[in-house]
Design a protein around this ligand. Structure first.
Ligand SMILES: Cc1ncc(COP(=O)(O)O)c(C=O)c1O
Length: 438
């Protein structure tokens, strides 16, 4: 057994399966920029950014320095019962970065899951209403209410929140209303469904992903988010935009919701915000997030090390104009992927917003092909590229925003090879099946 296999085998015996989502036996030793290093020394090009958490690359020198500085003289270990410069500073900076009106507050947490969970609970408390409106195949978290309103989790057997309504998220590539439906018709059908529910007057919060990520990297039609905002304002419902996965420059703008020029009532952040450390945030109205006191307590939330990292992440995003870099790199990567796969019938729609890119894999009849997606990500790993799939059959391509032109070309070439090899029977499906994926 080599070093990588050995470590993976030890993990199987020691770490709980309940927290695993595995596609191939990835056993890591270190990382640098867009590259990961396996136990044993093999280098892999990372097209996942660890599900976007390492959006500035692995071991970014400025973030590493900020973490080291904070760790050498930590101002306590959490924000429950004390304040320190970096927790207050991060909250102020997020307020300045996130459009909104009125008096607002920032919740600081550990993960996208707890930020969304707290938002949903706080909306219920503040409005006295119970019902939540979210979207089918959406993902908002792996714990509590955030998990029980997540379509992806419910599809996988999690019991839905009893006061949940899941509406249809418009899909312009495969319209629910049939292949001939226009994007406008697809959008309006979803908005009509949402309006019917909001009009009942008992929705505490509408939570939406600006790009449906784990549900298949689906980019909504123009006007969908704006339509949701208009409806929420008409019916007095809190609009919460979950920017955890794709927010903070990845979509080519600071916030993904900017594509539709909206100002949500509440915005949640996570993943890249911590630069690889556990950190999340929710920005929203004072009336929602200020009370009741002590209703969302996590001892180490707002801790000095994670908040120092978060502040440095925000500085890097702005100073290095990461939104423009993502936009440019995303366009280049989509072009390279389309060029590389243009003659492959089993490759369907390739779409993206900045560096949030999805590539569909289809069977011989043009239907979603999960088995092919499983094989392609496995083969890509064998060939030296890390990527995962979402929505059953869509390759999710979300590299660090620092990816270079050469790395983009390498990514497209390797994905082409991985798809070609998977179609020509090079991949042993029995090996692939050892990893359940999702
Ligand atoms: C849109 C969205 N919201 C929330 C979450 C939950 O974030 P975390 O896994 O950090 O708790 C995720 C995770 O994938 C996500 O994609």
């Amino acid at each position: 057994m080599n070093a990588s296999d050995l470590l993976y085998a030890r993990d199987m015996q020691a770490v709980a399966g309940i927290e695993k989502l595995r596609f191939f036996p990835l056993a890591l030793q270190s990382g640098s920029g867009v590259w990961l290093v396996e136990e044993g020394g093999r280098k892999l090009l990372d097209l996942t950014s660890t599900w976007t958490a390492a959006g500035l690359g692995h071991g970014h020198p400025r973030i590493t320095a900020a973490i080291c500085r904070a760790a050498q003289a930590p101002a306590g270990a959490g924000g429950l019962s004390a304040v320190h410069r970096d927790s207050v500073g991060l909250a102020e900076e997020l307020l300045a970065l996130t459009p909104g009106t009125g008096e607002r507050r920032v919740y600081l947490g550990h993960a996208g899951s707890d930020a969304n969970d707290v938002v949903l609970r706080a909306c219920r408390h503040a409005t006295g209403r119970r019902r939540i409106l979210a979207f089918r195949h959406g993902y908002h978290g792996g714990i509590g209410t955030a998990m029980r309103v997540s379509g992806v989790q419910i599809d996988a057997g999690v019991q839905a929140d009893p006061d949940l309504y899941l509406a249809r998220y418009p899909n312009v590539v495969h319209p629910h209303a049939g292949p001939d439906a226009t994007p406008e018709a697809e959008r309006d059908a979803s908005l009509l469904e949402v309006e019917r529910e909001l009009a009942r007057g008992d929705i505490a919060c509408l939570m939406v992903e600006p790009i449906l990520s784990d549900g298949g990297l689906i980019i909504p039609p123009v006007g969908f988010l704006a339509g949701l905002q208009a409806l929420c304002r008409r019916y007095g419902v809190m609009l919460a935009c979950d920017e955890v996965k794709v927010g903070l420059c990845r979509p080519g703008t600071m916030h993904a919701f900017e594509a539709d020029h909206i100002v949500p009532d509440i915005v949640t952040f996570g993943k890249v915000l911590g630069g690889g450390l556990p950190l999340s945030a929710a920005v929203g109205p004072r009336e929602i997030l200020d009370g009741p006191p002590a209703a969302a307590l996590l001892t180490t939330a707002g801790n000095p090390i994670c908040t120092a990292a978060g502040r440095e992440v925000l500085r890097v995003l702005v100073e290095e104009d990461m939104a423009a870099r993502s936009k440019q790199a995303g366009e280049r990567l989509i072009k390279a992927l389309r060029q590389a796969t243009q003659h492959m019938e089993r490759v369907g729609n390739i779409r993206g917003q900045g560096l949030a890119i999805g590539l569909e894999l289809l069977d011989g009849e043009g239907k979603p092909d999960r088995q092919l997606a499983q094989m392609v990500v496995y083969r890509a790993w064998e060939l030296g590229v890390v990527l995962f799939y979402v929505g059953g059959h869509v390759l999710e391509i979300t590299p660090p925003m620092t990816i270079s032109e050469c790395e983009i070309e390498l990514a497209a070439d390797t994905l082409y090879n991985a798809i070609r090899d998977s179609l020509s029977g090079v991949v042993n499906y029995d090996h692939v099946c050892r990893f359940s994926g999702w």
